[in-house]
Design a protein around this ligand. Structure first.
Ligand code: X5A
Ligand code: ZN
Length: 695
């Protein structure tokens, strides 16, 4: 089993800087690297990583992406005078050269390659490279935006060439568009490039028409370039999580990469002078976590931008701590995406629906050529209204935000409650309640849940479960797993105890069509999501959500789509303190889909997940424990289209719930009258009949 997290850093990469006055470049300073590294050392995270030395990328490596002419030109820069360097710099946009930058650029690209080598050979599971100069703007024959060589693009080509990797996913969460990466792989279907970026209808650097949502890739690569333009500043955690759940993850799972590379720029975090976004540094724990079950966990993060030194260092720590496997913090209050983000999401999903079966059902745009222009007009109308109200644009005043809470993993990662004769899986702790339960609770358990008051085995199991849940609430245990005689009774017991005695909300995820505790959901302290192949007979409510998959779990595509597009956003918005994952006997998906579900749910409730399995399902104990311990789930393979019935019932559910759960929204309302008329025309009459109240 591959384990461990690589950290690649070398002080040499701090040894170049801007030597003249250039307001556009003054934020790219050596301290970016030193503060990030020092924060990792101070927090003890660096010590927990496997330190891997950098190397210089060879000329052959660099030529995987760049032209010989360009390489030859950059090669001359160490010998140039200051005047020559300034002159050389002028031919490119927003970048500077220094006598030592060529050396550093070789180390930065080489660091990315060392990281790919460490991950691909199994020396580590994942890792991060802290590098300068960044890479994602640099093009085949041009430097740009502080970037000299395209570190991540080189790494992707290298992985394909050296390791025969068939599909690479590049996630670019930097706040600028990595146009260099886009150009490099535009016609290449083996590299899926995803980028979100501040765009403001092409007003923001690099101000390219081709950064908009309708640049989807070319020729064979059509569909493999995904641009999410942010047309407003101030995007928050909700906007980022929403785009992951409703766009990136469904497509990524369908694509099924063998390797994930992250253009890990942190100028998308709060406080950054370039991005001007409002996402907390903690959000990177979630973005990282959500990618860690792809490609069997093979994830390489390479630093790009990030110019607020405080926010940068915090964000780097969140990312590395998550790569190390510590549970993610509770997500901030995710109240759903803002209007502008929703419009962007809608546009991208619509532009890609012809390429990805997971997006086939995405709503069309009001008019096919909507576009940026149309949206922009609507937006300007909005702005006039706000200006009339006399609201001033926010001043460039420094943002302040709370320091992320220290993430302290509980002393016990996974505790198990197993019947005699079932071995405790490696790495788990056999759970024995340390003290006797309050006799009042014991009596209540007997009364409510035991038919035979003398059934001491059953009583001891239920008591253990209650004690375990209390330990999880106290953060002494992270996750739990129990093999019980009757999952329904155990579920009721935990839910009732949690609702009456614990402070926390409980998200119950139930696989199978057994009876669920829907009556306890009314006050919102419990939220139940039930996957089943039968239509539910329970009263539907905000807190009882039946997901009906007609083909049962035979259709992995439908199941995983429901997990990504319904369960996760709902879970993130609900923000439980405990996830109770219940698998009824003889139901549930194949092992890899089950492990994906378990792994993804660990992003909620600080990893506090308790899994209940029916006693007969002993063979599931090992794989389930492994997921709870943080091992990456196996890939699901390239996914076929989900069945139309499943898609339709999921969409109906989404439309019922989206008023209550804002994170389930996927469509913008383009409010102008003209747009409304066009919008209805874009739906077939069949779609309108099946989706009552959709628009
Ligand atoms: C890597 C990166 C930003 C360039 C901004 C130029 N570059 N205005 O974040
Ligand atoms: Zn950037």
């Amino acid at each position: 089993m591959r384990t461990g997290t690589a950290l690649i850093y070398d002080e040499e990469m701090t040894k170049y800087k801007l030597l003249w006055v250039d307001p556009a470049c003054k934020i790219e300073v050596p301290e970016r690297l030193t503060v990030s590294h020092e924060a990792l050392v101070r927090s003890g995270l660096a010590d927990r990583c496997v330190s891997i030395p950098v190397r210089e990328a060879t000329e052959a490596d660099i030529l995987l992406v760049h032209s010989e002419e360009y390489l030859e030109a950059v090669k001359k820069t160490p010998h140039m005078t200051l005047e020559d360097l300034k002159e050389f710099t002028l031919q490119y946009g927003d970048v500077y050269f220094h006598p030592n930058i060529y050396r550093c650029a070789k180390l930065a690209a080489g660091a990315a390659l060392q990281l790919v080598d460490s991950v691909m050979t199994g020396k580590v599971r994942n890792g991060m490279a802290l590098v300068r100069p960044p890479g994602h703007h640099s093009m085949r024959s041009a430097a740009s935006g502080f970037c000299v060589f395209n570190n991540v693009a080189i790494a992707a080509q290298y992985a394909k060439q050296k390791y025969g990797v068939k599909r690479v996913l590049i996630v670019d969460w930097d706040i600028h568009h990595g146009q260099g990466v886009q150009y490099c792989f535009e016609d290449d279907p083996s590299v899926l490039y995803f980028s979100w970026h501040r765009y403001e209808h092409q007003k923001f650097w690099p101000q390219l028409r081709e950064s908009d949502f309708d640049s989807v890739g070319k020729e064979k690569g059509a569909g493999f370039n995904i641009n999410v333009p942010w047309n407003k500043v101030g995007m928050q955690d909700s906007d980022y999580v929403s785009v992951f759940c409703h766009l990136l993850l469904p497509v990524a799972y369908e694509f099924c990469p063998d390797l994930v590379l992250v253009c890990a720029g942190f100028d998308s975090a709060i406080g950054d002078p370039e991005g001007e976004m409002c996402a907390a540094p903690d959000v990177f724990a979630h973005l990282t976590h959500l990618l860690m079950n792809l490609a069997g966990g093979k994830l390489c993060a390479v630093l790009e931008g990030g110019y607020n030194l405080t926010s940068l260092a915090q964000s780097v720590c969140q990312t590395v701590q998550t790569l190390l496997g510590d549970p993610a913090p509770r997500p901030a209050d995710l109240a759903g995406p803002c209007k502008s983000a929703l419009e962007s999401l809608h546009c991208v999903r619509s532009a890609h629906r012809q390429y990805w079966s997971c997006l086939k059902h995405a709503a069309d745009l009001p008019s096919p050529d909507i576009s940026t222009k149309r949206v922009k007009l609507a937006e300007e109308e909005d702005e006039e209204v706000t200006l009339d109200k006399g609201e001033e644009e926010e001043s460039a005043e420094e943002k302040v935000w709370p320091e992320p809470l220290k993430r302290v993993p509980p002393p016990t990662r996974t505790a198990v409650v197993l019947p005699d004769g079932v071995a405790c899986p490696d790495g788990c702790k056999n759970f024995r309640p340390s003290e006797d339960l309050d006799p009042l609770i014991v009596n209540k358990l007997k009364e409510d849940f035991l038919k035979d008051a003398d059934d001491s085995d059953a009583l001891s199991t239920l008591s253990s479960l209650v004690a375990l849940v209390e330990k999880m609430e106290k953060n002494e245990v992270c996750s739990g797993l129990a093999l019980v005689r009757d999952v329904s009774v155990a579920m009721m017991c935990v839910v009732q105890h949690a609702a009456s005695a614990l402070r926390n909300r409980v998200l119950v995820v139930c696989l199978g069509d057994g009876k669920v505790p829907s009556h306890v959901t009314e006050d919102g302290k419990t939220c139940v999501v039930q996957f089943s192949d039968k239509e539910s007979e329970e009263q539907e409510s905000k807190y009882y959500i039946p997901v009906c998959l007609k083909k049962g779990y035979g259709d992995v595509s439908g199941f995983i789509q429901a997990v990504l597009g319904l369960l996760l956003p709902l879970g993130y918005e609900y923000d439980p303190g405990l996830v109770l994952l219940v698998r009824m006997s003889d139901s549930g998906p194949c092992e890899s889909a089950w492990q994906q579900l378990t792994g993804l749910l660990l992003g909620l409730a600080q990893g506090h997940t308790l899994v209940l399995l029916q006693e007969g399902e002993r063979t599931r104990v090992g794989p389930t424990a492994s997921s709870l311990l943080g091992d990456p789930a196996p890939s699901l393979g390239q996914l076929p289209a989900p069945t139309p019935e499943d898609v339709e019932s999921m969409e109906r559910l989404r439309h019922r719930l989206k008023a209550d759960w804002k994170l389930l929204q996927t469509t913008g309302d383009f409010t102008t009258a003209a747009a409304d008329i066009n919008l209805t025309h874009c739906l077939t009459s069949a779609q309108l009949l099946k989706l009552p109240g959709l628009y």
